[in-house]
Design a protein around this ligand. Structure first.
Ligand code: S3P
Length: 441
C-alpha cells in the first residue's frame, strides 16, 4: 500500500527482556469504527490500531460522510450518523490490504441506497470475495465481482434486503460478520451458523452498541430494524501481534518478557494453548475486563519447545498465528503437524507455501500438505542458516521470519516488509527495544 519497497536484515540479538505493549486489536478496531459510524450519537475509541488496514477503513467511513476525529494516537471520536445516515461516494473505496475491511464493508454497504465500489491492493485483489457475495446476494443484494469472485466489488443501490438462515461452508468470522451487518438492514431474523466457532467480536460489539443479538453454540441471530446507540470502546492489545513476541521469547534462551494489556478472548488465543502444549512458559498475569473483552499481561520466559499435532478444532482460534507457530515448530524438538488449515492459502499470501519456502531456505525440513504442513524441528541447539526470504508482501510472514532469524547463524534478509504497518506499526522499533536483532532500511 505504501508503494515503497522495504527490506529488513534480521540477525541473532539478545535474550528478550522488557515490559511492553502491542498495538490495538485489528478486528476490534475495524468493527468499532463501523458500528460507531452507523450508531446514533458520539462514540469514543481508545487503544485504536493506527495500522494501515484500520486507517483505510476510517478513510472509507469518512468518504461515506462520517466525521471521525483523532485527538491523539490510538484515540478516535466517531460522530455516528445512524443506520441510514451514510452517504454515497463517487470515488472507489480503497480497502488497501484489508480483507476484514472489504468483507465487512461489503455487508454494511449491501443494503444502502447508494452505489459503492470496493477496491484493494494487489494482494487483496487476489482474495476470494465470493464467500460474502454469495450469502449477501441470497439476501437480495446486487453485487458484481470479477470472475472468480475477486475484487473490485460493485454494490448496487436500493436492494431491499431480506433475512437469511445461513450455514457457512467455511469457518470465517469475516463472512459471519458481513452477513450480520447486512442483517441489520434486512427484514426478519438473520441467522448465521458456523461449522466451527470463530472470533465473536462482532456479536459482542453489537450487544455493546445495544442491538439485540442471540448467540448460542455456533449460531448467531439478530433482527433488522433496531438502532445502534453510541458507546465507548476500549480496544485491548492484539493477541495476534503479541504472538510474534511470545514465540521469539520462547525460542531465545534467557528471555523474560512482559506484554501488557493483551486481549485473551478464547476465540483468539488458540496459539496460547498450542504453545503451552509445546512446552512454552507463558503466564497470564492480572486477568481482567478491558472494555468488553478479557485481557491480561502475558509473561513469557524461554523454554525448549517440542513438536505437537495441532488439534484441528483449535485452528480457527489461531488462524492468524500459523506463521509464528511454524517458526516455533522449526526450532522445536521433534515434528509438528498442522492439518485442517487450508484457509491459510487464501490469506494475505498463501501462508503454507510462503512459510514452507522460507523455512526450507533457513535449513528446515518442511513437507507441505494441501491443508497444512509437517515441520521437522531442529531442536534446542538448532541454528538456522543465513538466507534471503521473500515475505510476499505479507505482514505476518515478514514478522515470523524476523523472529526465526533470532536463532540464525548469520544475517537473514527479508524482502517486501512494508505491509507490517497494516497490523503492527512500530514492530521494528519494539523488536529492537526488547533485544531482537532487526534493522530496517
Ligand atoms: C478476521 C477474521 C479472520 C482473520 C482475519 C481477521 C476478522 O479471517 O484471519 O485476520 O476480523 O473477522 P477469516 O474470517 O477469513 O477467517
Amino acid at each position: 500500500m505504501t508503494g515503497r519497497r522495504v527490506d529488513w536484515v534480521a540477525t541473532r540479538g539478545e535474550p528478550l527482556h522488557g515490559d511492553v505493549r502491542v498495538p490495538g486489536d485489528k478486528s476490534i478496531s475495524h468493527r468499532a469504527l463501523m458500528f460507531a459510524s452507523i450508531a446514533q450519537g458520539t462514540s469514543g475509541i481508545r487503544g485504536f490500531l493506527e495500522g494501515q488496514d484500520t486507517l483505510a477503513t476510517a478513510a472509507i467511513l469518512h468518504q461515506l460522510g462520517v466525521r471521525i476525529d483523532a485527538p491523539s494516537a490510538g484515540e478516535r471520536i466517531v460522530h455516528g450518523v445512524g443506520l441510514r445516515g451514510l452517504r454515497g461516494s463517487g470515488a472507489p473505496l480503497d480497502c488497501g490490504n484489508a480483507g476484514t475491511g472489504m468483507r465487512l464493508l461489503c455487508g454494511l454497504l449491501a443494503g444502502q441506497d447508494f452505489d459503492s465500489e470496493l477496491i484493494g491492493d494487489a494482494s487483496l485483489s487476489r482474495r476470494p470475495m465470493g464467500r460474502v457475495v454469495e450469502p449477501l446476494t441470497r439476501m437480495g443484494a446486487r453485487i458484481e465481482a470479477r470472475p472468480g469472485g475477486l475484487p473490485p466489488l460493485r454494490i448496487r443501490a436500493g436492494a431491499s434486503l431480506r433475512s437469511i438462515d445461513y450455514d457457512m461452508p467455511v469457518a470465517s468470522a469475516q463472512v459471519k460478520s458481513a452477513v450480520l451487518l447486512a442483517g441489520l438492514y434486512a427484514r426478519g431474523t438473520t441467522c448465521v451458523r458456523e461449522p466451527r466457532p470463530t472470533r465473536d467480536c462482532t456479536e459482542s460489539m453489537l450487544a455493546a452498541f445495544g442491538w439485540p443479538i442471540r448467540c448460542t453454540a455456533g449460531v448467531a441471530r439478530l433482527e433488522g430494524g433496531h438502532r445502534l446507540r453510541a458507546t465507548d470502546v476500549v480496544v485491548p492489545g492484539d493477541f495476534s501481534s503479541a504472538a510474534f513476541l511470545l514465540v521469539a521469547a520462547s525460542i531465545v534462551p534467557g528471555s523474560d518478557l512482559l506484554i501488557r494489556d493483551v486481549g485473551i478472548n478464547p476465540r483468539r488465543t488458540g496459539m496460547l494453548a498450542a504453545l503451552r502444549a509445546m512446552g512454552a512458559d507463558i503466564v497470564e498475569e492480572n486477568p481482567r475486563r478491558l472494555g468488553g473483552e478479557m485481557a491480561a499481561d502475558l509473561r513469557v520466559r524461554s523454554a525448549n519447545p517440542h513438536g505437537i499435532d495441532v488439534p484441528t478444532e483449535v485452528v480457527p482460534d489461531m488462524i492468524d498465528e500459523f506463521p509464528a507457530l511454524f517458526v516455533a515448530a522449526a526450532l522445536a524438538d521433534g515434528v509438528t503437524t498442522v492439518r485442517g488449515a487450508a484457509e491459510l492459502r487464501v490469506k494475505e499470501s498463501d501462508r503454507i507455501a510462503g512459510m514452507a519456502t522460507g523455512l526450507r531456505a533457513l535449513g528446515v525440513r518442511v513437507e507441505e500438505l494441501p491443508d497444512g504442513a509437517i515441520i521437522h524441528g531442529l531442536g534446542a541447539s538448532g541454528r538456522l542458516r543465513s538466507a534471503t526470504l521473500d515475505s510476499l508482501g505479507d505482514h505476518r510472514l515478514a514478522m515470523a521470519f524476523a523472529v526465526a532469524a533470532q536463532r540464525a547463524e548469520g544475517d537473514v534478509r527479508i524482502t517486501d516488509c512494508a505491509n507490517v504497518a497494516t497490523s503492527f506499526p512500530g514492530f521494528l522499533e519494539l523488536a529492537e527495544a526488547v533485544g531482537m536483532g532487526l534493522q530496517g532500511p
